[in-house]
Write a protein that binds this ligand. Sequence first.
Ligand SMILES: Cc1cc2nc3c(=O)[nH]c(=O)nc-3n(C[C@H](O)[C@H](O)[C@H](O)COP(=O)(O)O)c2cc1C
Length: 172
Amino acid sequence: MCEPGPGDADLNDMLTAAARVPDHGKLAPWRFIIYRGDARQVIGQKLLEIAEAKGTAGSEAQREVELSRFTRAPVVVGVVSKAALHPKIPVWEQELSVGASCMNLVSAAAACGFASQWLSEWVCFDDDAAAYLGAQEGERFAGFVYIGTPTQAPFERPRPNLDDIVSEWKEG
Ligand SMILES: Cc1cc2nc3c(=O)[nH]c(=O)nc-3n(C[C@H](O)[C@H](O)[C@H](O)COP(=O)(O)O)c2cc1C
């Protein structure tokens, strides 16, 4: 994907869709962080620093991957899960709502004419990277949705055969 990314109006529509998902108990167990413009280069420098400190950016190629991680798309949206223990609503249901939010964001991006990709990668699971990217105590990233102008038609890969994943319930 390439420039341009969605402007404020499109991004607002996409995030409205992302926040319009089934949400048992109206807990809003998700929030969104936007990364765009020069901030993406700043992030790359810091991710490289974190990766080097952990010994995971030894080669020039790995260094370049870290530096350019957030410049692969004009706009990146971090979807933060705020799922937490609740007296009535299981964490599992809250996490499913966060997943639905990510998927709505991907679908809304497509509906607005943009390409997108939902990625986790190491930055989702590394405490230092996640904190730097904005996750607060008790939060975690469900993923980062990279959004930009499509440069090619979506590549379709083989999907599961419905016969293998669909069954009709019968007693016993
Ligand atoms: C929670 C989650 C995390 C993902 N993280 C990655 C990732 O880190 N790297 C990756 O190549 N694909 C990742 N994917 C898969 C992509 O989002 C996407 O499914 C894949 O690029 C192929 O797209 P398609 O399934 O629409 O063909 C992730 C998917 C989900 C649901």
